[in-house]
Design a protein around this ligand. Structure first.
Ligand SMILES: [Zn+2]
Length: 144
């Protein structure tokens, strides 16, 4: 359930997205709030500026949280973002242990506004293979 306090923070994320376009970046913005609701960090999309496909704001904030917060604190954060996280960012959010995500535009709504946003082709994957060889470094690393 999205509260009016959530909406205020979403408006700030949308504002970050709007500001990004004024400095030549793509229109996506996010922020992370701590357990007490204060803003910890903000980011916008710098894919073009950094020539880095991973420079999505949600991924930057997930990496920041994993680096700077203990797991208990991370679990009580909320990520506010102008658009629903993409698959890359969703994976990072799970790995970083963030507690909650609140987004404005859904992926479906974003694709309606910009069909290129939906360009997520499936990459062919072949495997599994070479089980006995591939397991050796895993066994070596995790063996007590
Ligand atoms: Zn993303």
């Amino acid at each position: 359930m999205i509260t009016t306090a959530d909406e205020d923070l979403l408006r700030r994320a949308i504002g970050i997205a709007a500001h990004a376009t004024t400095i030549g970046d793509a229109p996506y913005g996010s922020l992370l709030t701590g357990p007490d609701g204060t803003i910890l960090v903000e980011a916008h999309n710098t894919v073009r500026r950094d020539n880095d496909i991973s420079a999505h704001p949600e991924l930057k904030l997930a990496r920041w949280a994993a680096r700077e917060l203990d797991p208990h604190t991370a679990a009580r954060t909320t990520l506010y973002t102008s658009c629903q996280p993409c698959q890359m960012c969703a994976g990072a959010i799970v790995r970083s242990g963030l507690g909650r995500v609140v987004y404005a535009l859904s992926t479906e709504q974003l694709i309606d506004l910009n069909p290129q946003s939906g360009a997520w082709p499936t990459v062919p994957q072949d495997g599994p293979a070479l089980f006995d060889e591939a397991r050796a470094p895993i066994d070596d690393y995790y063996r007590p």
